[in-house]
Design a protein around this ligand. Structure first.
Ligand code: GDD
Ligand code: MG
Length: 356
């Protein structure tokens, strides 16, 4: 069975982080995000091929994720000639295959039991099975109403406030039968959410819901991106590199150098080869990528620093996200939700987000 991971979006809401790093390989700790989904797909032995459906910076993604191997499912890549939307992308990636496919939105993280979803799909002889999750703000997602037997009765993408009739939304995970794809137009953009799913409801086809109450998040915004790191560090979501760690752990990569007088307070993560000079401090809920240098007295507090950064003497990052290869000058303060793109250079004594 094939799993299709939809990873062609531009990640506009995560800009500037996604200007040079497409969303599927945005690092979560020091791992490309899509690896977490690949881990989940690998829990279903029946899935022998993972197709990544791409159109934005495909080569970068291919370089990072490779071909799979080591006994797991093979990874292959399909690049659309132009963005085909979620519907067109699924049809394009399926090609001439007629077997059941599992589809993932490439920006969701969850612990749903994928094997159970596939089993329900088979038992109910469904044409489509969709994972639903309850949320507080359904307007940002695809609202899905179901009946008492667990059939989908309505699918409404990004409903207005007056159309919110329940709290269950599309979690972005489907099991589909390609025989229904004849109604997705060929070679033109189309939306699985706005066209295909409503058409299944209209035709009263077997469209089944799998309601999941466990951990689920869409990492598509900076707030959610920070949140998923916190949830993994707090063990609310059991995932690498904290899955086997005690609460409040400091997870250090290989060859991290912590000089005398520097300190690391968990829960936090410091990547391979990063150096903390005397008096540098990494405080709770911080993530420092690999090959960074934190100079004397630098403070990283509840912030994420991507690889190859330098934080100079006595500079402080509080509640900030800093892209790759950034240079933060001496005595700088960066705080209050500031996001810096790759290669930003901040002049000594600057104050970002700190106000007057
Ligand atoms: N290959 C390809 N081509 N992939 C695409 C395209 C495209 O043209 N457009 C979007 N994608 C991918 C994105 O990369 C992402 O992984 C996924 O499809 C969903 O797109 P988003 O842009 O993240 O949509 P959303 O978050 O607003 O809404 C979707 O996800 C919600 C759950 O997080 C919808 O499916 C909602 O119904 C759902 O609730
Ligand atoms: Mg999304």
């Amino acid at each position: 069975m094939k799993a299709i991971l939809l990873a062609g979006g531009k990640g506009t809401r995560l800009r500037p982080l996604t200007l040079h790093t497409p969303k599927p390989i945005v690092p979560v700790f020091d791992r490309a995000f899509l690896n977490y989904q690949i881990d989940l797909v690998r829990t279903v032995p029946e899935i022998d091929e993972i197709v990544l459906s791409l159109n934005y910076q495909p080569r970068r993604i291919q370089e990072v994720l490779g071909e799979g191997g080591d006994g797991g499912p093979r990874i292959s890549y399909v690049v659309e000639p132009s963005p085909l939307g979620t519907g067109g992308a699924i049809k394009y990636a399926t090609g001439a295959d007629t077997g059941t496919v599992v589809v993932f939105n490439g920006d969701v993280m969850t612990q749903v039991n994928l094997g159970d979803v596939v089993r329900l799909h088979r038992e109910r002889r469904a044409k489509a099975t969709i994972v639903l999750t309850p949320v507080d703000n359904p307007s940002e997602y695809g609202l899905v109403e179901t009946d008492a037997d667990g059939n989908v009765r309505r699918f409404l993408e990004k409903p207005g406030p007056n159309d919110v009739t329940c709290d269950t939304i599309n979690a972005g995970i489907y099991v589909l039968e390609p025989e229904t794809f004849d109604r997705i137009p060929k070679d033109t953009a189309s939306s699985i959410e706005r066209a295909f799913f409503p058409s299944l409801v209209e035709r009263q086809e077997a469209f089944v819901a799998f309601v999941y109450h466990g951990y689920w998040i869409d990492i598509g915004t900076p707030e959610k991106y920070l949140q998923v790191h916190r949830d993994i560090m707090d063990r609310r979501f059991l995932a690498e590199p904290f899955a086997a760690q005690p609460r409040g752990a400091q997870v250090l990569g290989r060859d991290v150098r912590i000089e005398d007088g520097a300190s690391v307070e968990g829960p936090c993560y410091v990547g391979d080869r990063t150096v903390l000079k005397a008096g540098a401090r990494v405080l709770p809920y911080s993530v420092v990528g690999r090959d960074c240098i934190l100079e004397e007295g630098a403070v990283i507090d509840a912030s994420i620093v991507w690889p190859n950064g330098r934080v100079s003497r006595d500079a402080a990052l509080r509640n900030a996200i800093v892209g790759r290869h950034c240079h933060i000058g001496r005595d700088v303060v960066v705080e209050a939700g500031t996001i810096l793109g790759d290669k930003s250079s901040v002049t000594d004594h600057s104050r970002l987000g700190a106000g007057l």
